[in-house]
Design a protein around this ligand. Sequence first.
Ligand code: NAD
Length: 306
Amino acid sequence: MESIGFIGIGKMGRWMAEHLLNAGYCLTVYDTNQDATNDLQEKGALIAPSIFDLGKENKVVITMLPNSKIVESVVTGEDGLLSSMNPGGLIIDMSSSYVFLTKTLAEKLANTGLTLIDAPVSGGVKGAKAGTLTIMVGAKREYYEKALPILRCMGENIMLVGETGSGHALKAINNYLSAASLYATTEAMILAKKLGIDLSVALEAINHSSGRSFSTQFKFPTFIVPRSFNSGFSLDLLLKDVKMVTSIAKDSKVPIFLASTVEQVYEAASITGEEDQDHTEIIKFLEKITNKSLIESKELECEQQV
Ligand code: NAD
């Protein structure tokens, strides 16, 4: 079976790569954090000593990295994929990257015989683990079809959304909606609490009403009410997505008033919160500034004892 290179074995990439191994692909992985690749090595993946070596050996390379700048350096940096992959090679950037940088990078590569397409994902660590991710592809149809059998190993809903860059644009827009919804829900729940309404009653009622969302139905009950804050998606990565949206809107001359506010609150939470906090910890920021805990310490003690 075809061999694939995979760069970025983090919270998401680790599971996505494992699905490729399980599907029978010969997989070579690389991460700057060497410990990140140990599990996959035990499951049969080859570990590349460098990006250059990985690029030399693979016609298809997937990147699942924190941001566009890092993707750019992995592709065009010294000893990167551009200098190592053979003409005809395909790079699939599954990170949540910045649409305009993706387009520039793809144009730069086009003259070298390499193709870059974008295929960012939604569904979180849970979806990555289950292989049920939604994948939004930006590519010419011929490259979409070439990538499809590979993407099907990792996702359930795979869509060609437009030309190169469109996947990254839509992914950022999706995450802006997700960030806005989570923040609005957080404000609403603190207000309900202040008015003496029990959190579980508020969520139950809203989940049967028109205000319900993924935040009220999944994120609050799973990560916020038990205060586990372990969704696996960091607040800084979500902030990156919202910042991309305000920047895209500015460049596209489209007013996007609410996004600026959403960016500011996540920015403030990022600055004042702990390093590496989960995005669901946005609640802590609001609790701090309203001096109102969503869950009384007595309730929390009971939950922890159960
Ligand atoms: P992560 O920080 O857990 O993983 C990123 C990995 O990239 C790390 O293991 C890091 O060591 C590695 N890395 C960094 N620089 C590198 C380099 N120069 N060369 C090789 N490896 C390098 O992040 P994640 O949560 O897995 O997210 C990855 C991407 O997927 C991000 O763009 C994020 O926005 C997006 N995303 C995340 C989630 C989620 O729920 N975590 C969901 C959808 C999309």
